[in-house]
Design a protein around this ligand. Structure first.
Ligand SMILES: *Cc1c(COP(=O)(O)O)cnc(C)c1O
Length: 349
């Protein structure tokens, strides 16, 4: 029996992609970001489900992810690489037909020398100061780069999950200044940017987290369910302690279930004492410390004897778990461990 079962609802994923696609006009393409193995859910399955729904373009973080994705999706979809053309990646970019988003003068030089004529995009830094050419560099190089025929010009918003943040409009203005009149497809919006409105949509959007059911897409359908297997149930007398450092002491005659998942499976140790697992709708507090491979759960008030308990389910979303841990849904999803069995529901074929 595995640690737990991660059920991924590909139909819900596809509905989230369609819903985000419907926010933008008919002339705006909606790509899908499947970096970090599809935010931990399995890039190959995610991408194939979205292809059947009509997605034609994917983005990954690096060339290794791109090569693995190419093997899963075949030759047709375009695969963009956010970290661009890194040293040592030339062969992979060529062999697996990846489209690097070139980020620096160094990457532009590398790409034009190593793979002249090979498709590329350019990432522009409009204020996030993370990846991309700065406005000054772009002004100097623009004519030269435009002669080589970039397929796409992108930039990324730093504060798109805060609609009121003035940084959004500031980055939009810089992006316009850098790209207006160039007649090359443009992309600025990830999930948060899509929700900021049509000014941010340009020709192509690049949602990630919203597809997987996470904030800032409030209307997202939940995609993930995580059920953890119960290994053992014991009676604990009042005054007896449970777990490392005796982190919890029973105040009443208690029934404690030990569940086979822990911080090695992405259930952060900082969640100890703040987390609940669910048996259907009934909540059961996690008691004591989170250890590497086990959680202890107070099931005294449950009428049934559970064989599994849910961490992520209809009553506790990925973002609820994230809030308990003081983090974001992105981190919860991408930390989900490799020990879970991933089961895919829907999205047949
Ligand atoms: C991760 C990423 C995205 C997707 O962002 P979400 O917030 O998950 O929608 C889009 N563009 C770039 C450059 C990224 O790094």
């Amino acid at each position: 029996m595995s640690t737990g079962t991660l059920t991924i609802d590909l139909n819900a994923l596809v509905r989230n992609w369609r819903a985000l696609d419907a926010v933008t006009g008919a002339d705006v393409e909606t790509a899908a970001v499947v970096k970090a193995d599809g935010y931990g859910l399995g890039a190959a399955r995610v991408a194939r489900a979205l292809m059947r729904a009509g997605a034609r373009r994917f983005f990954v973080a690096n060339s290794e992810e791109g090569a693995a994705l190419r093997a899963a999706v075949g030759p047709a979809p375009e695969i963009g690489v956010f970290t661009g053309h890194m040293s040592g990646d030339t062969e992979m970019i060529q062999d697996t037909q990846l489209v690097p988003m070139l980020n620096s003068v160094e990457q532009l030089t590398r790409h034009f020398e190593a793979l002249p004529g090979h498709p590329f995009g350019v990432q522009l830094d409009t204020g996030m100061n993370r990846l991309g050419l700065e406005p000054g560099e772009w002004m100097t190089l623009r004519d030269l780069v435009m002669q080589a025929g970039p397929k796409l010009l992108i930039s990324h918003l730093a504060c798109a999950d805060e609609p009121e943040n003035p940084m959004n409009a500031a980055q939009l203005n810089v992006f316009r200044d850098m790209t207006d009149g160039l007649n090359v497809p443009r992309s600025l919006a990830a999930t948060g940017g899509i929700l900021l409105g049509p000014d941010y949509h340009f020709d192509l959007t690049r949602p990630g987290i919203g597809l997987y059911g996470g904030l800032p897409f409030e209307g997202a359908e939940q995609v993930v369910r995580l059920s953890l297997s119960v290994v053992q149930i014991r009676q604990v007398a009042p005054g007896e302690a449970v777990g490392y450092a005796g982190g919890w002491v029973a105040a009443r005659p208690s029934r404690v279930a030990t569940v086979s998942a822990g911080y090695a499976d992405g259930i952060f140790r900082a969640l100890g004492g703040k987390l609940e697992l669910f048996s259907d709708m009934e909540s059961c507090p996690v008691v004591g410390r989170v250890s590497m491979d086990a959680l202890t759960v107070d099931i005294t008030d449950l009428s049934e004897t559970p064989v599994s308990l849910d961490l992520i389910c209809s009553v506790q979303s990925v973002d609820d778990v994230a809030a308990h841990a003081g983090t974001i849904g992105y981190e919860v999803l991408t930390s989900l461990g490799q020990r879970y069995v991933r089961r895919y529901a829907g999205g047949a074929a």
